[in-house]
Design a protein around this ligand. Structure first.
Ligand code: NDP
Length: 388
């Protein structure tokens, strides 16, 4: 009999976290859940802990320890609370850790899991965007396997010949174009949060859904891809592909282009990282090419979606620029979701923050977090000025 692999889910109550729980629930004989974490969703966390019989449940907001204890009464799951407890759970040595906290809040826990030297399934792209070099270095020294969960990077990972990176000429990231793909700038100006989070193909958390609508998500993914796959910045292209069936492509020097296809369901890339290097069955809808019919591809429009250009420039500039961009975007998306600014203000606030705040390249995670704090303060001041 083979022993069960131990797993931990950081951000278990979110969209990626719930998809992960769904897979684990179907394969209970293969996996043992050490810990699951959330920010404030006590009910969701307790319910998840019961579903997968987690040994430990951790709520980041330390004022919620007692409510969590009550919600877990009789379950056998130990409760703990606070950012330190999340870090401790992240670094507790699970064989496989899902890093699915949203935003830079996930940086510390993701780094703690990487330092543990086991397998880390990386969904938390903001952490990689802000601290890419440090994270890749840390994985190199701890021996952690960093497996991308983002469907595009997971697709590239499946097609990329790691033994012969010099044979790869180009990586093509696909983007659905989001809910405003065909909207005019004038229409986008008055777009509401509800319209922005209504993604045509994927069901996701609010922040990433807005990022898909501005195409900042694709910009962050460009930076993410640059850190994960050893090619120069100009070797990464982005094409709009409305059906979200071709998740990304790798072009080789001989002209061959390999792509990974599948239904738009995050359980497919998550399952790939969970079973890696094997494969596991999933309940996901199988791809029906005949029913899908046509696959379309087009160029992204830089005028209606300036976030893409900002991200590429931040990547070219390097240093602290990607961290500043990411922090400013998180603040602006929060302000948009809270009804404080308009949709088009998101990219302008990110652009202005990049202009007014130019720190030196961070040399440690602490420095990344300092830059993140200062960039947020700068972006928040701009939000206050442009508020409607
Ligand atoms: P959600 O907003 O749905 O979930 C976020 C999770 O993070 C929740 O568990 C939340 O807890 C937790 N969290 C939020 N803030 C904190 C904090 N300060 N401290 C500790 N935990 C916190 O996000 P998604 O699942 O959509 O996305 C997660 C990550 O995966 C993001 O980085 C996103 O870009 C990436 N990703 C997501 C995809 C998707 O399909 N959703 C696809 C590819 C990448 P609580 O519920 O208590 O607030």
């Amino acid at each position: 009999m083979t022993s069960r692999r131990s797993v931990t889910i950081l951000g278990a109550t979110g969209s990626v976290g719930r998809s992960t729980l769904d897979l684990l629930e179907r394969a209970r004989e293969d996996y043992e859940v050490l810990a699951i974490t959330a920010h404030r969703d006590v009910e969701g966390l307790a319910e998840a802990a019961r579903r997968v019989d987690s040994r430990r449940a951790v709520i980041a907001d330390e004022t919620l320890l007692e409510p969590l204890r009550s919600a877990l009464a009789g379950s056998g799951t130990e409760a703990s609370a606070g950012d330190e407890a999340v870090l401790e759970a992240a670094g507790a040595g699970a064989d496989w850790t899902m890093a699915a906290i949203v935003g830079t809040a996930g940086l510390g826990p993701t780094m703690a899991a990487i330092r543990g030297g086991r397998t880390v399934a990386l969904a938390n792209k903001e952490a990689l965007v802000s601290a890419g070099h440090l994270m890749i270095e840390s994985a190199g020294s701890s021996g952690a396997a960093l497996l991308p969960v983002d469907s595009e990077h997971n697709a590239i990972f499946q097609c990329f010949d790691r033994a012969r990176p010099e044979a790869v000429r180009r990586i093509i990231l696909t983007a659905s174009g989001g809910p405003f793909r065909d909207w005019s700038l004038e229409e986008m100006r008055s777009a509401t949060p509800d319209q922005a989070i209504a993604h045509p193909n994927w069901s996701m958390g609010a922040k990433i859904s807005v990022d898909c609508a501005t195409l900042m998500n694709k910009g962050l993914e460009l930076i993410e891809a640059f850190h994960l796959f050893p090619l120069p910045e100009e070797a990464f292209d982005i094409v709009i592909h409305p059906q979200s069936v071709v998740h990304s492509l790798v072009e080789y020097v001989d002209g061959s282009v390999l792509a990974q296809l599948g239904s738009p369901d995050m359980r497919i890339p998550i399952a790939y990282t969970l079973a890696w290097p094997d494969r596991m069955e999933t309940p996901c809808e199988r791809l029906d090419l005949v029913r899908t019919g046509n696959l379309g591809f087009s160029e992204p429009d830089p005028e209606r979606f300036p976030a893409l250009g900002l991200a590429r420039q931040a990547l070219r500039d390097g240093g602290a620029r990607p961290a500043v961009l990411n922090a400013a975007n998180e603040v602006a998306v929060g302000a948009f979701l809270g009804g404080r600014i308009g949709f088009l203000d998101i990219a302008s606030i990110a652009a202005e923050t990049l202009q007014c705040y130019a720190p030196a390249a961070p040399a440690s995670v602490e420095e990344v977090l300092d830059i993140d704090r200062e960039a947020r303060a700068c972006a928040e001041a701009i939000v206050k000025r442009v508020m409607r």
